[in-house]
Write a protein that binds this ligand. Structure first.
Ligand code: NFE
Length: 599
């Protein structure tokens, strides 16, 4: 048995340690995920005016600040009892800035954080090796991967390899999207306009038209680099397909036509192989080798799956208001949002969301509870860091505290959240079709491939929809907020259920008799995905998903390379981790920061 620890896991947000125990055949037999920084935003909000929350919580994270302020705003809409009367214009503005942030966040993950994994030198070794015997096809696929996704320029066999074309060209698009958000939000990150009762901006024609112009410019990148089908056609034939089979058939037919016209291993963009096509065909053994008959794949569908459907579910709180009507319901019941809420079991059975079933366990998290309660609903949640987190190196399998993340559970079971979970819950035909295809093949419906493809697909769905939200903002109607009755926030409660790029995001606030915050709790997506074990010893989604993987990917065909644990990096990053969000002030001592934290 070999212990492999990646600390920190890079190209994520925040400080995360992943440790794995690998058997003699090179397969992971045990895994532990640990968040290594403590923050404590919830404590900062105590005794404050609740209205401060929507500004303060944005600072939890610069990647998804819109989601945090929006979720706090939802909780405050609920606290002040005004959710049912938020003006349509405010809902449309909120939807627009949220979607723009989600597209920017997904693009950042796809191209800047995960993309470089596809240019890992391990793939050159495998795709060009005589062991696999892929010959010119292997060379050509590697050439496309490194040519598009390499994050740095370097030299291979004496030849210079420039920075990947997709990687370098994606970066300005994020800046553009940030500008579009700032047009409405005043600034970005940490926009300042989503407040209880509505929004505090009142956009005019100029701002709306400028946002539309930025959108069109971003779509140039999408059309040139990302997707070889116009976004509206892609969405109509996948998300809008009559059945899961029809959606999968559309994608398979599209890829098959590309394969059929590809001669001399010309997998270039000019020949129709945009980034989504390249990933969709070559990322998966099931799709690439078994369905399309291609000779090579990265077999990402064999990484990051779950083996026990009883210890995993997929959760979404539902995202994006129906903004053609005034108001929304804070409970987010089934069908009330553009992407609906719900919970889907590991066996792909849907049930309606019941927020009372959400808990957080501190069995394995560096927190104490004033009453020694291990697991609490967030309305009653506590955030009391242990004074000395002690040893922060990997100590092997333990049932005691090893992470600054708590362990959220739904009905006692860990839940994966994020684009894949959102689209499984929303019963998106393409994602359900793919999930069923993997299940029928005896594989886990959730894996590195489906997580990444769902993120790309959701980006297309939002890129197609965001224009409608922009068009719904009516500059002639100056109603962007409703008034608040401050007495409503005395001895009150509010729940904000929303979706961040990385998945389900909930904030719970309660107030005392003077209207000040008594308790504030945030449960964020990365806490769901990357938390520790609970009081029953059940591992988090990522801890489950790491077990059983070939440590070097591609079935360890060239043996196990413990210095380049491709599986840990792919699986960890497939969740798009954000530890800053998940733990919500790190001091200046770096790695030892969690120790001896002063309250
Ligand atoms: Ni810091 Fe966040 C998102 C939230 S964490 S990025 O998306 O909430 O998972």
């Amino acid at each position: 048995m070999v212990k492999v620890t990646v600390d920190p896991l890079t190209r994520i947000e925040g400080h995360m340690r992943v440790s794995a125990e690998v058997d003699s055949k090179g397969y992971v037999s045990y895994a532990q995920s640990a968040g290594m920084l403590f923050r404590g935003f919830e404590r900062m909000l105590q005794n404050k005016d609740p209205r401060d929350a929507s500004l303060h919580v944005a600072r939890i994270c610069g990647v998804c600040p819109i989601s945090h302020s929006m979720t706090a705003t939802n909780a405050l809409d609920d606290l002040y009892g005004v959710a049912g009367s938020i003006p349509k214009n405010a809902l449309a503005v909120r939807n627009f800035i949220q979607a723009a942030n989600m597209i920017a966040s997904h693009a950042t993950h796809i191209y800047i954080l995960f993309g470089p994994d596809l240019a890992n030198p391990r793939y050159r070794d495998v795709l060009t090796s005589s062991t696999l015997g892929l010959g010119a096809t292997g060379q050509a696929v590697w050439g496309e991967l490194v040519g598009r996704f390499a994050p740095i320029s370097y030299t291979i066999d004496g030849k210079p390899v420039p920075v990947g074309s997709s990687y370098i060209n994606a970066i300005p698009e994020k800046k553009r999207l940030q500008e579009a958000i700032a047009l409405f939000g005043g600034k970005m990150p940490h926009q300042a306009v989503t407040r209880a009762g509505g929004v505090t901006c009142t956009p005019d024609e100029f701002e709306i038209n400028k946002a539309a112009a930025i959108y069109l410019k971003v779509m140039d990148f999408v059309n040139n680099y990302t997707l070889g089908v116009p976004v509206d056609q892609w969405v109509a034939n996948t998300a809008g397909a009559k059945s899961p089979d029809a959606a999968v058939k559309f994608v398979v037919d599209h890829l098959t036509s590309l394969v059929n016209k590809t001669k001399n291993n010309d997998f270039s963009r000019a020949n129709g192989w945009k980034d989504v096509e390249l990933f969709a065909a070559f990322g998966s053994e099931l799709v690439g080798e078994k369905i399309l008959g291609l000779p090579a794949s990265l077999r990402l569908d064999k990484l990051g799956g779950y083996t026990n459907p009883n210890t995993i579910s997929f959760l979404s709180y539902g995202a994006y208001y129906k903004s053609d009507v005034e108001g929304y319901s804070p409970e987010s019941k089934a069908g009330e949002r553009f992407l609906t809420s719900g919970v889907v079991s590991g066996n792909l059975k849907y049930e309606e969301l019941d927020p009372s079933k959400i808990t957080e366990s501190i069995q394995c998290a560096f927190y104490n509870d004033p009453e020694d309660v291990v697991s609490r609903h967030p309305y009653d949640g506590t955030t009391v860091p242990v004074a000395d987190a002690g040893q922060i190196e990997y100590e092997g399998p333990v049932e005691s505290k090893y992470s600054w993340l708590k362990a959220p559970r739904y009905n006692g079971i860990p839940a994966e959240v994020g684009p894949l979970a959102r689209l499984i819950v929303a019963q998106d035909p393409l994602i359900i079709g793919l999930a069923q295809a993997f299940a029928n093949a005896g594989m886990s419906p959730a894996n590195v491939y489906t997580r990444m493809l769902a993120r790309m697909h959701e980006t297309a769905i939002l890129a197609n929809q965001i224009v409608s939200w922009l068009n719904e903002i009516d500059p002639a109607d100056r109603k962007f907020a409703t008034s608040l009755d401050f007495n409503a926030a005395k001895d009150g409660k509010g729940m904000g259920l929303w979706e961040a790029p990385r998945g389900a995001l909930g904030h719970w606030v309660s107030t005392d008799g003077s209207g000040k915050v008594k308790n504030y709790q945030a449960i964020v997506p990365s806490t769901w995905n990357l938390g520790p074990r609970d009081e029953n010893g059940v591992p988090s989604p990522v801890e489950q998903a790491l077990v059983g993987n070939a440590i070097s990917g591609i079935d360890n065909v060239l043996g196990a390379d413990y210095t380049n644990p491709v599986a840990i990096m792919h699986v960890g990053r497939s969740y798009d981790p954000c530890i800053a969000c998940a733990i919500h002030t790190i001091d200046a001592t770096g790695k030892n920061a969690p120790r001896n934290y002063e309250l």
